[in-house]
Design a protein around this ligand. Structure first.
Ligand code: MEV
Length: 445
């Protein structure tokens, strides 16, 4: 049994690996060799990665892929995606290609408001606090000029501060809810610095303001932090085409339905996701397959984006699918409205060499443009998934992409892989079928 370690973070990387592998691995030499082989060959790059988090012992590779042919507002993009799931990039690329010939994706940013909160307790009367708030708000804004000067110059800064009273739910609990414009940066550090300054100012305000009772001086800041729920940092993406435009699709896939039926089934599937949270969760997972992959590739925070999207999906009290579909007068309209708080400067965006390259590939977009690209990819991914689900099912495409993983898992040689790809082009892929095929090949040879 291993023993707890103290001062682990202070050890060198080699010492960390030595302790780790000798404490937990059956074959420390093999584990060390593995970790050593997943270091970047350029020490300068590895140093950057080592700086991202504490206790880095190796890099964990994920595929960096491209979904080409994304026409978004008449501009063509090759979209970088970082994701391990086999069929996601293929599905996004297929959807992009489909819409390329049908006017592409249309997008608009609704707004870009980000939010932060100072949660505090105050024992005085709510009316008294409301009356003091205008004076407090001026003090809060005045106290942050040094922090906001730069952002103000870029056209951003603090947009407003509200006082919210939650004393009916929790005794003495109030909140300062501040809204921010952070331009091209995600803005987490900016917002959190401003909020912590607000917290100090709040405390000073109540200690120093003349004429308050001792009770009224007793303010208690519980915490100050940005909110990842940014319902007004919102973007819309949509596609539209005559339903007849599905004919070619139906022919090429040999589907047993007409174009209107396909459009109607698609719309029904999207409605089902707004009715049933179990389906909605999977439906939205499909949307986030695309969104997370681009968010990750561009060095943004996918946990923040996901947390926000899921809260938004439940904004009326029930968790629902994030996309909407309508078929009217033989026009198919499919859209996604989603909050996406993203940045194209600061954070990892410039630090991670591949995130930097992703942004270059996308033409160095502003945060607003990136929100639109990401929303379009989310919609494309959802389109591809639902289209498969209401026609052939997803396993056909999914298992075809998964074949490579199975072949790698079973240690297939290049020649065996080529033979398997040919064999399974017209067959259902399953793990056992691939194993049986390889055994047959090996017996032959
Ligand atoms: C798989 O990763 C995603 C799907 O399940 C999404 C969906 O069901 O809409 C195919």
């Amino acid at each position: 049994m291993s023993v707890p370690v103290s001062g682990f973070s202070k050890l060198s990387k080699a010492q960390k690996i030595e302790w780790l592998t000798h404490s937990f691995c059956a074959d420390p030499a093999a584990a060390t060799a593995l970790l050593d082989s997943w270091q970047h060959p350029d020490p300068a790059v590895q140093k950057i990665v080592d700086g991202f988090t504490e206790n880095v012992v190796a890099n964990f590779p994920l595929p960096f892929s491209i979904a080409p042919n994304f026409l978004i507002n008449n501009k063509l993009y090759a979209v970088p995606m970082v994701i391990e799931e086999s069929s996601v990039v293929a599905a996004a690329s297929a959807a992009a290609k489909f819409w390329l010939d049908r006017g592409g994706f249309h997008t608009e940013v609704v707004d870009t408001v980000k939010l932060g909160q100072v949660h505090f307790r105050w024992p005085g009367a709510p009316e008294r606090l409301r009356a003091l708030f205008p004076q407090l708000k001026t003090a809060l804004l005045d106290s942050t000029h040094d922090l906001t000067a730069n952002m103000n110059q870029r056209g951003g800064g603090i947009r407003d501060i509200e006082l919210l009273d939650f004393t009916a739910q929790e005794p003495r609990y109030y909140q300062l809810r501040a809204s921010f414009e952070t331009c091209d940066s995600m803005g987490a550090n900016f917002i959190n610095s401003v909020l912590e300054r607000f917290a100090d100012t709040l405390e000073h305000f109540f200690t120093e303001l003349p004429g308050l009772s001792d009770t009224e001086r007793d303010v208690d800041v519980v915490m100050s932090i940005l909110s990842n729920y940014t319902p007004d940092c919102l973007v819309r993406a949509w596609v539209e085409c005559p339903t007849a435009s599905f004919e070619s699709e139906i022919r090429s896939r040999g589907l047993d339905m007409n174009a209107d039926e396909l459009a109607e089934r698609f719309a029904a599937a999207v409605r089902i996701a707004t009715i049933d949270p179990y389906r909605a969760t999977t439906h939205n997972k499909g949307i986030f397959n695309g969104i997370d992959a681009v968010v990750l590739a561009t060095g943004n925070d996918f946990r923040a984006i996901e947390a926000c999207g899921h809260t938004y999906a439940a904004r009326d009290g029930q968790y629902r699918g994030l996309s909407r579909c309508a078929v009217r007068d033989s026009i198919f309209h499919f859209e996604l409205e989603i909050p996406l708080a993203m940045g194209t400067v600061g954070g990892l965006t410039a630090l991670h060499p591949l995130a930097r390259l992703s942004l270059e590939l996308l033409g160095r977009p502003s945060a607003r443009e990136l929100m639109q690209i990401v929303a379009a990819v989310g919609l494309a991914q959802n389109f591809a998934a639902v289209r498969s689900l209401v026609t052939t099912g997803i396993q056909q495409g999914h298992m075809k992409m998964h074949l490579t993983n199975i072949l790698n898992h079973l240690g297939a040689t290049d020649a065996e892989s080529i033979a398997a790809q040919a064999h399974f082009s017209g067959q259902t892929v399953s793990f056992s079928a691939v194993r049986a095929f390889l055994e047959g090949e090996r017996q032959k040879g």
